[in-house]
Design a protein around this ligand. Structure first.
Ligand code: FEO
Length: 173
């Protein structure tokens, strides 16, 4: 059974993960409007991953006898000055999520909730990867600067990451 504090904090994180999906979809929409379909596809896949993260919290809360409470999601930022600014916002978003996961781990320790601490380990590792991936794209965009050819090459590279759900839907599965 989860303590009241732990349940509240896990529900907050679930809502943050849902907001992350919402945010990534807004960034995808920005790229789509710029005709940068590869960047957009990368963001769409990220949005799906975030929904997966939210579902991990959803399942875990019920597994521990709690109840999920959904909150209203704020409107995400959807306009950016450049691809670099968009990816900088994404990187900073992930840094914020990492801090939020660390706070949850701290709380789990305070509550002597070893099961939740263990559950959160997956997210601790995931955040290392998310920060590293988004930071490396920020670095590439900084190197590319205003060179449109570089942007198009990176667009092609990022386009290789496809949103799975979308693929399944277009295949009629
Ligand atoms: Fe679910 Fe990107 O953190």
């Amino acid at each position: 059974m989860l303590s009241e504090r732990m349940l509240k904090a896990l529900n907050e994180q679930l809502n943050k993960e849902l907001f992350s999906a919402y945010f990534y979809l807004a960034v995808a929409s920005y790229f789509k409007a710029q005709n940068l379909d590869g960047f957009a596809s990368w963001m769409e896949a990220q949005a799906e991953e975030e929904l997966g993260h939210a579902m991990k919290f959803y399942d875990y809360i019920f597994d521990r006898g709690g109840k999920v409470e959904l909150e209203r999601l704020e409107k995400p930022k959807e306009d950016f000055e450049s691809p670099l600014k968009a990816f900088e916002a994404v990187y900073l978003h992930e840094v914020g999520v990492t801090q939020s996961i660390f706070k949850l781990v701290k709380l789990a320790r305070e509550e002597n909730d070893y099961a939740t601490e263990q559950f959160l380990q997956w997210f601790v590792e995931e955040q290392v990867e998310e920060e590293a991936t988004t930071k490396s794209i920020v670095d590439k965009l900084r190197l590319i600067g205003d060179h449109s050819q570089g942007i198009f090459m990176l667009d092609r590279e990022l386009g290789a990451r496809k949103a799975q759900l979308r693929n399944l839907m277009t295949q009629g599965v």
